[in-house]
Design a protein around this ligand. Sequence first.
Ligand code: ADP
Ligand code: MG
Length: 230
Amino acid sequence: MTDILVNSEKLAKQYKIGEVVVNALGGIDFKIETGAFTAFVGPSGSGKSTLLNIIGCLDKPTTGKILVLETDVSGLNRRKAAAFRGENIGFIFQDFNLIPVLSAAENIEYPLIMVQKWPAGRRRRRVSELLEAVDLSAQADNRPDQLSGGQKQRVAVARALAAGPRMVLADEPTANLDSETAGRIISLMRSIRDSFGTTFIFSTHDKRIVDKAEQVFFMEDGLLRQEGAA
Ligand code: ADP
Ligand code: MG
């Protein structure tokens, strides 16, 4: 496979807090192949979330370059970055980030209303398809506080996939799940990748994600330690 989805050159990010400068990313080069289950692994503070936020156009590098789908995303203004995200990228977070007052179905539908502006009939069909894919059809009307942790994360997976993105960025998606539930969520994401070719990019400590990943990057102090296929 030679098709490259993300290409980073000397990517660096500094945060300044008063006089103190933190080198969150120290100038890193990497390529992520289209369709690869990809993991960035490293201790807390090593720069994983910073990196995912830059890939996801939620933040910009201080220096260096990053191409996502051959677009230089560090050069996009806010509006164009938001459009690029809406079209190409889904997000999954450690603490699920569901909207508490909305049902499972409504949480999944939300980006289709707010970002995609799909008509109602098309949205309804898509939502029931996704509920079925994550095995939550029976919980469609439950609010997040009526769902288990694993069910919440399945809603979040469905929401990330709603608009059919090319890639999903998942920041420690199994950190708040028990081991068995985490295993099921990982298998679900792998089967989605296998069916639809969606590229999954993880930040994680979870050995089970690393075991299933085809590309693994080890981070330490904002640098890549080594690289290799699992
Ligand atoms: P990880 O996700 O691997 O735990 P982060 O990317 O969150 O690492 O953080 C990398 C480094 O950058 C840490 O030293 C962290 O304290 C710092 N950092 C992250 N975000 C900010 C921010 N918004 N302002 C200042 N420093 C930050
Ligand atoms: Mg983090």
